[in-house]
Ligand binder design. Structure first.
Ligand code: FDA
Length: 306
């Protein structure tokens, strides 16, 4: 395991510690601010307008995951319905991202399905799209099943995310392309064992390129969500060499990261979408961001002393 991988795994396991969580929640909100658009929907909608002005599209996420009661899921569902309405009323360029465990997947898969279906139906009325984020591996198959079931019901304004680090990924991509499911492709953000996931970054990158290529070669629209120049430059070059136009795919990056570069990609004529979280349940999202890059942790620590 290289140093970066060791750092990532250590931070992800420390972040599960209750004491660390309590301390972080007490002292960390201000520091997490860079990655989060605000506590409320109104603040997030203002920020979407601001990014749209720079040519950046958005996918809006109301923070929350791993709930312990289904009534929490119902409250999140209602917030998402308000969010879909808010986007439509403000006429901003934004679709929506949500987490399946936030909708109750770990507690009752049928209730989760019903919650997500209500949101997808609401979005369909406004011609909007719902992206179901991919969480850790116990939920991979269940998440794919939800999306396929919604498509079978005629609700095709919903897609999901595929993680390049999983061994199963090429098979999933084949199945989901055949079912015409719109996918966001990522490296993968969770701590997964070697029995099911590549552990070396070069293996993850090879698999990532493989699944991007599967989309581009077959003319299937896809979202490439990465801050990694090795991926971004490779996509640009591959598209150019193969006569693939810039409207055949979009780049995606997280709110608070490489914001100047996001605007630059828009200026270059690429489609770029920013994943924008808002809300108060920021802790698990935030620690995954710190785990991804030592520089993110350094940025937080140095801000503490300003
Ligand atoms: P990574 O962190 O691997 O860094 C690689 C290199 O990229 C760095 O060495 C550096 O050169 C460059 N780089 C990275 N960050 C930079 C920065 N801020 N400034 C300059 N250079 C930088 N995961 C998941 O499991 N399920 C999901 O649903 C999603 N959804 C999602 C949506 C979006 C929009 C994004 C961008 C990401 C996700 N992810 C995700 C997270 C994803 O799986 C992955 O953990 C992170 O994107 C980190 O991988 P990267 O490829 O971005 O760069």
């Amino acid at each position: 395991m290289d140093r970066i991988e060791l750092y990532r795994k250590t931070l992800l396991s420390v972040s599960g510690n209750r004491l660390v969580e309590k301390l972080a929640i007490k002292y960390g909100r201000k520091l997490a601010g860079k990655f989060i658009a605000g506590d409320t929907l109104a603040e997030a909608l203002d920020e979407i307008e601001h990014l749209n002005g720079k040519g950046i599209m958005v996918t809006l996420d109301h923070l929350g995951e791993g709930i312990s009661h289904l009534n929490e899921a119902a409250a999140y569902r209602e917030e998402y319905i308000r969010l879909v309405e808010g986007i439509a009323e403000r006429k901003v360029s934004s679709n929506v991202s949500l987490k399946p465990t936030q909708m109750g997947l770990a507690l009752d898969p049928q209730v989760c399905y019903d919650n997500i279906r209500s949101i997808v139906r609401q979005a369909k009325q406004h011609n909007n799209f719902i992206r179901i984020d991919m969480e850790d591996s116990p939920f991979t198959q269940a998440t794919i099943d939800i999306v396929l079931r919604l498509h079978a019901e005629g609700l095709n304004n919903v897609g999901t995310v595929i993680q390049a680090y999983l061994h199963r990924t090429v098979e999933d991509v084949n199945q989901l392309i055949d079912a015409k499911v719109n996918l966001r492709l990522v490296k993968g953000a969770y701590n997964e064992p070697a029995s099911i996931a590549y552990q070396q970054m070069n293996e993850v990158i090879d698999n990532y390129k493989r699944i991007i290529q599967m989309h581009l070669d077959r003319g299937v629209y896809t979202a490439i969500a990465s801050h990694d120049d090795r991926i971004i430059n490779w996509v640009k070059a591959y598209a150019k060499e193969n006569g693939i136009t810039a409207d055949a795919f979009e780049f995606q990056m997280l709110y608070g990261l490489r914001m100047t570069d996001q605007a630059e990609l828009a200026k270059e004529g690429y489609r770029i979408r920013c994943y924008m979280p808002y809300g108060t349940m920021w802790y698990p999202y935030y620690t995954r961001r710190l785990a991804e890059k030592p520089a993110n942790l350094w940025m937080v620590l140095s801000n503490m002393f300003k």
